[in-house]
Unconditional design. Sequence first.
Length: 277
Amino acid sequence: MSDSLTTIEDLAARIPDGAKLALAPDYSGCSMATIRALIARGVRDLHVVGVPSVGFQGDMLIGAGCVATLETAAVTLDEYGPAPRFTAAIKAGNLRIIDGTCPAIHSGLQAAEKGIPFMPVRGIVGSDLLTHRDDWTTGTDPFGEEDGPIVMVKAIRPDFTLIHAPLADRHGNAWIGVRREMMLMAHASRETLVTADEIYDGDLLADEKLAPGTIPGLYVSAVAEAKNGAWPVGLFGRYGGDDAHLRDYLERARTEEGFASYLDEFVHAPHAHKAAG
C-alpha cells in the first residue's frame, strides 16, 4: 500500500460489533489508545483472543461491557494482582470463557497462519481441559511412527489483530523487534491494525537491521501514529508502565462505581481516550 496512515478513531471504527479480536499481553505491544477509543465508541459482543494471555486492555474491555467471549490461557495483571472487572464478570456469569493453554493458543494461530484447519499438540494430553473443549479432538500419528494420542487444536483465525509498535512506516510496515507473537497474530488474522509511537521516515523493510523484526505491510490494513500509545502499560524497549496510574486503576476497578469513574475520567471525557503519560 502506498500510504496506510490513518487516525486512532478510524482504527476503532473498523472493528465492528461481534468481531474476533486478537490482543497481545501487557509485556508486548498493547494499543491502549485504540482500546480507549473502542470503549468510547461503545463496541459490543467482541470475541477477544488473548495471545496467549490478556491483561489491562482485556480487563477494561470486559468491564465496559464490550466482550461477550474471551479465549485465552490466562487473564493476569501480573504483580498488580487479579483482574478486577474480569473477576466480577465471571462471578456474575456475564462472560463466555474458552479456556486454553499458552501452547494451544499459539498452535491454533499457527494453523491459521499456515492455512490449515488444525495443529497437532501433545502437551494437553491428560488435562481435564479436553473435557471442556468440544472443538478439539484427539487422534494418533497417521504415519504410525509414534505411539500415544495427539490433540488436534482447531485453527484460530481472528478477524482483527490490534497491536502497538515502537515504529511503523507509511507503507504499513511495523517494527516489533523480538516480540514474535505479534508477527504470528498478524499472519493468522484477516486484518491487522497498528498504532505506533513513531512513524519511520522511510521503508522499514529496506533497512537490514530493522527488516527481520518488521511485520510487512501486506499484512497490515492501517497504521495510526500514537505517541505513548501503550500507556498506561509499558512498551518494550521504550518505556515502562505507569505504576501509579495502574495501581489507581486497580483500586478503582474493584467496584463498578469506581470503574465507571475511571472511564469517565480517562475514556469518556472529551479527548480522554487520546491521553498518554
